[in-house]
Design a protein around this ligand. Structure first.
Ligand SMILES: [Zn+2]
Length: 145
């Protein structure tokens, strides 16, 4: 059992965690940071590129910006979905104002935009603000949960 690959949020180290231990509070073998979380975590463009390219645990990204009203409206729904999907997927947020290069890299035409990655590729995207149950249904439909 090699386990599933996960990128540490703090030191970018690739870790392997047995699939049945994802809910047991796994920590980075290098720096000790928690590898799973139940609230959306703000990440950088560089981190997202690494994690999206190699993580085997589903990675769900909310591309947002502070000036975007629908993004702010959806934030609590995204957080709720993150809590429900705890131990199954990692939810992160990327501020498109702080990291404008994400726009071209991921072909973003508008925000809010949700994207799910798994096993090094994009498996689904969802444009526009949606409530937590719709986020979870969308992920199940994409077999990302
Ligand atoms: Zn680490």
């Amino acid at each position: 059992m090699a386990g599933v690959k996960l990128t540490c949020p703090d030191c970018d180290q690739g870790n392997r965690v047995p699939a049945d231990k994802l809910n047991a509070g796994p920590r980075c073998g290098t720096c000790g940071a928690p590898l799973m979380w139940d609230k959306p975590k703000e990440v950088t463009f560089d981190w997202l590129q690494k994690a999206a390219a190699r993580d085997e645990v589903p990675l769900v990204v909310d591309f947002w910006a502070a000036w975007c009203g629908p993004c702010r409206m959806m934030a609590p729904e995204f957080a709720k979905a993150a809590g429900t999907a705890k131990g199954q997927a990692r939810f992160v947020k990327l501020d498109t104002e702080a990291f404008p290069q994400a726009g071209a890299r991921y072909g973003i035409r508008g925000i809010p935009l949700l994207m799910a990655f798994r096993g090094g590729r994009e498996v689904a995207r969802q444009a526009g603000a949606v409530p937590a149950p719709a986020i979870l249904d969308w992920l199940k439909g994409a077999e990302a949960l």
